[in-house]
Design a protein around this ligand. Structure first.
Ligand code: UGA
Length: 447
């Protein structure tokens, strides 16, 4: 199969490289000349484990190339994938589809022979209809089918997710398009990945419903974590206890500082807008988004309370800035709000992140950046584990404690436990688990 991938951002690049690795001939198109030049040299502009190697191997094998001009790539393609950004539109939270529609108009003149146009970008329900309308208006003669094929890639695990997906969703009512998409994903049949064919609008909704459901799961366990703290229960045990029920499932039940990233916040907002516009409000998702937003401030308060109620004049060391590990992505990271609240409270913030510093510099002001966890903790009154990078899972506690001025350790990802932290002299706070400690104190006080 010959594939044209329009947009060499995160999704386009991962999908293009993986399709090439399956044996398809893939041309990635991007308007950014500097990016295309860098990619041709095998330089990948984002941090995604395994991606540089995959890109280099497939360029070398002659299956993956990068171009600025789309004409030839589109003309030769059996399938043209649209993988450009759909950011939140300023003001109303709707997904901004201008890039998607621009691409639809741009590819139209070059389409030759039967061509499947596939939207991989996350797009609201009905976008496929509009893409088709735009192409048909420009090229009434074109033999084209517009298909929805949402991506379910997690940053940091995107290649694994692409090659071993739980499912592939294809939205089309066109038999020939179905045959082309079956061929595109045939290499995955060896892994027995289920391929679900649906109507186009249904497929578009599956993507939003998936992200909204996952965001709901996280928000649910975060609220249960708060309850655990109030009533003396342990959220990790609760998550395990409910997750062992196959109907619930154990994944996405890690309590923490709230979800972030480029997808959940944006997609929940877009789905809420779609529901409101359709006269079918999605009340659960509305509450999820509000609860998650509020949580970031609650987490800042948790840190302040751990510092005896005030961070004024105190030095707070933050370990981890990105919205999750194995990415350099700072978009909607809880760290952004939490750090700002700490600074507003008079705290001085020093931070370390294995990959996110470059992006963080552009989004945060008055933050000092350290080169490793221990220099970050130097002279700090409190250390906060914000993101669960592997590098923070086996910290040298003696070294960390000795570097600090104070003894406060706030673990927003529940990487450690109170007993271990106490052995090294830390005053330890985590999420939904310190209840036992406070309950013991309460019981003692009552005695
Ligand atoms: C998410 C989905 O997981 C992908 O399936 C989807 O394709 C993608 O959005 C997208 O729409 O493009 P991603 O945003 O990369 O992927 O990251 P996740 O691993 O889902 O994590 C999202 C956020 O939830 C992170 O801030 C993470 O720390 C948080 N999270 C996740 C929790 O707080 N607890 C959990 O149990 C799981």
């Amino acid at each position: 199969m010959r594939i044209a991938m329009i947009g060499s951002g995160y999704v386009g690049l991962v999908s293009g490289a993986c399709f090439a690795d399956f044996g398809h001939v893939v041309t990635c198109v991007d308007k950014d000349a500097a990016k295309v030049a860098a990619l041709r040299d095998g330089k990948v502009p984002i941090y995604e484990p395994g991606l540089p190697e995959l890109v280099a191997t497939n360029i070398h094998a002659g299956r993956l190339s990068f171009v600025i001009d789309m004409a030839e790539a589109v003309a030769e393609a059996d399938a043209v994938f649209i993988a450009v950004g759909t950011p939140s539109r300023r003001g109303d939270g709707h997904a901004d589809l201008s890039y998607v529609y621009e691409v639809a108009a741009e590819i139209a003149p070059f389409i030759q022979g039967f061509t499947v146009v596939v939207t991989k970008s996350t797009v609201p329900i009905g976008t496929g209809d509009e893409v088709e309308r735009i192409i048909r208006a420009k090229r009434p003669d074109a033999d084209v089918a517009v298909v929805s094929n949402p991506e379910f890639l997690r940053e940091g695990a995107a290649i694994e997710d692409f090659k071993r997906p739980d499912r592939i969703v294809v939205g089309t009512e066109d038999e020939r398009a179905r045959a082309v998409m079956t061929e595109v994903y045939r290499p995955l049949y060896l892994n027995r990945a289920p391929i679900l064919f649906t109507a186009r609008r249904t497929s578009e909704l599956i993507k939003y419903a998936s992200n909204a459901f996952l965001a709901t799961k996280i928000t649910f366990i975060n609220e249960i974590a708060d309850l655990c703290e109030s009533v003396g229960a342990d959220v990790q045990d609760v998550a395990r206890g409910i997750g062992l029920d196959n109907r619930i499932g154990g994944k996405f039940l890690h309590a923490g500082p709230g979800y972030g990233g480029s997808c959940f916040p944006k997609d929940t907002l877009a789905l809420i807008k779609t529901g409101q516009d359709a006269g079918t409000p999605l009340r659960i998702v509305e509450v999820v988004a509000a609860s998650n937003d509020y949580r970031k401030r609650t987490m800042a308060r948790k840190i302040i309370m751990a510092c005896n109620g005030s961070v004024r004049g105190k030095k707070i060391a933050i370990l981890g800035l990105t919205f999750k590990p194995n990415t350099d992505d700072m978009r909607e990271s809880p760290a952004l709000t939490i750090i700002t609240v700490l600074q507003d409270g008079g705290g001085a913030v020093i931070a370390y992140d294995p990959q996110g510093v470059e992006q963080a510099r552009q989004l945060l002001s008055d933050v000092t950046f350290a080169h490793d966890p221990y220099s970050c903790a130097e002279g700090a009154d409190a250390v906060v584990i914000m993101t669960e990078w592997n590098e923070f899972r086996a910290l040298d506690f003696t070294r960390l404690r000795n570097a600090m001025r104070g003894d406060v350790l706030v673990d927003l990802r529940n990487v450690y436990n109170a007993e271990l932290a106490a052995q090294y002299g830390f005053a330890y706070t985590s999420v939904g688990r310190n209840a036992t400690a406070s309950l013991k104190t309460e019981i003692k006080a009552a005695e």
